[in-house]
Design a protein around this ligand. Sequence first.
Ligand SMILES: C[S@@+](CC[C@H](N)C(=O)[O-])C[C@H]1O[C@@H](n2cnc3c(N)ncnc32)[C@H](O)[C@@H]1O
Length: 382
Amino acid sequence: MASADQPGPRRRRRGGWLARLVARPGVQDWVVRLPFGARLARRDGAEIFDILQGFVSAQVLAALVELGLLERLLGGAEPPDVLGPETGIAPDRMAALLQAGAALGLLRRRRDGAYGLSRKGAAILGVPGLTGMIRHNRAFYADMADPVALLRGEAETQMARFWPYVLGQTGDIPPEVSARYSDLMARSQRLVAQDTLRLVSLKAVTRLMDVGGGAGVFLAEALRRHRGLRGVLFDLPGVMPLAEAELTRAGLADRVALAPGSFRENALPRGADAISLVRVLYDHDDTTVRALLASVLEALPPGGRLIISEPMSGGARPDRATDVYFSFYTMSMGTGRVRSARRIAALCKEAGFVGIEGPYTARPFITTVLVARRPDGDRCKV
Ligand SMILES: C[S@@+](CC[C@H](N)C(=O)[O-])C[C@H]1O[C@@H](n2cnc3c(N)ncnc32)[C@H](O)[C@@H]1O
């Protein structure tokens, strides 16, 4: 069925003639002989090869992170025959890994045969949560090893086991399991929070409720920027100890009320004039999202604002980060999906929200933001 993210069947059939022509083996030989053809074919070839080897590049990065080599090289360049024995890897294989890291621009090869960290390699260490995410990709890439099985939904995925709430489990998730995934999210949440708060203003907000707020990093960031603001953190009970610890550490515990519960089972608490959903919708199917948006609308006062922030599909203009990485990431979680801003706006409208603003983004691979409002007059049931 066509959705706001997909064109209808009539448009899908058009435009295949060029692809069919280019796919003929003889045509490639002919293109190379045309003026500009050789350059075009070379560029296409290089780009195709880049896509083809993407998995291997990611695994080279994973090996550098897992072996702690980025941190190790912070102290200065080292040759393979020093790093090999330190990590239990034969020097010639270590040389291959370091050479691959240099080819990817993560390391720099020096004339004396030692390898040091490049600016890009060092930046990986500086981005909060990135090395944790790279390690965590092991589970995701295990699911991606058989992409057709994943697409057919043939087996339980490793990712579904890592994120148990997407399977419909609620308050009874063991605290250590909740803590594990919330900790991973917390590490990367600061970047999402900073981008979100640069894109939307909370000046007029007095109480912000972050639903699915995890460890509370978004609330903490918002409260630090707005002294008069108070917060409510709504999430599964198992996540509360982590949130409490994070907010206490930030010295903000007295400005945030913790509200344990499941939005699948409980009404959301009232009293906030803005509600945020940060990286929440893309974990869930449309049925859960529709119910959640209805619940948010009910919890808001007339004129109250909803802020949605998460990686969004490029929709009509497919986006390399969100329509590849995040789309398959959420698919391997089981119930999630990356939606375009247009699709999310349509779901908000359907729930009764008005005045939809956005999408705003600085870096689509970090997040995109939409803002909506509960109508001032009483168009919706309370
Ligand atoms: C992907 S994490 C995002 C966490 C945080 N907002 C962030 O950006 O780091 C999704 C969050 O939604 C919470 N969550 C999932 N299902 C929930 C439910 N039924 N009720 C309340 N929270 C839920 C999870 O516990 C988790 O903290």
